[in-house]
Write a protein that binds this ligand. Sequence first.
Ligand code: NAD
Length: 250
Amino acid sequence: MSAELKDKVAVVTGGNSGIGLATAEKLVAAGAKTVIVGRNRTTLDQAVAALGENASAQQADVSDTGALQEAFSAIARAHGKIDVLFVNAGVAEFSPIGEVAEDHFDKLFDINVKGAYFTIQSALDHIADGGSIVLTSSVVNELGLPGSSVYSATKAALRSFVRALAAELAPRGIRVNSVAPGLTETPLVGKLGLAPEEIEAFGAQVAAKAPTGRLAKPGEIANVATFLASPQSSYVNGAEFAVDGGFAQV
Ligand code: NAD
């Protein structure tokens, strides 16, 4: 993958943490000028310092369409065009249906679904023909996992966006795919709304069911996201790649 993306411009939402940060590292290593988008100025600055001179940051909340438009206009002014868009920012909170409040439902759909959709819309005029859009979905979008009804539905919506947009953007040669991680060791796991012992039990349950026998490292998801971003995946379109150690595959 070395220098595969030389002189390309990549944008990673949620690039200041977890899977997004690990992918930004690989995109920079592949030669791309990489812009990370996130909410928190302090962690954005820390991530840019760690990523080095080919990285920069734009602060935006992806659930705020005005902020997205400003961020992508600024990226276009600085870089001229975007070749790779990694639509990765997201939140995960689990709750049984009887305890789901309206604001839980709205927050997850605002960030994960509306945020992803308008990230793509705001970037679209700036994406070069032949570009690649990659979304972070989740293998839970095709599982029936108790407590995950709202979160899983947000990720199922992304799977549907991938299919429709791959067809719609084909005339511009823009490919649209998604990476669907299984349970991955990132800060998100601590924010699921589960007690520490519940997280441990959930992790053990997932690891036991996955043939690979453990949880994913962020870099393992980033490898596949970077593959989907690069010309190496030139004949992959409208697809979702599960990276779950086999958890949802067997
Ligand atoms: P993380 O918490 O480390 O990273 C999430 C990133 O999204 C952070 O940078 C956060 O600031 C950003 N973000 C959240 N809301 C935002 C908003 N409104 N505006 C801008 N940025 C926002 O978690 P992660 O595990 O790296 O998650 C990345 C993606 O992977 C998410 O879409 C998540 O749903 C998905 N995913 C994670 C797992 C897992 O087990 N960790 C599994 C499947 C899918």
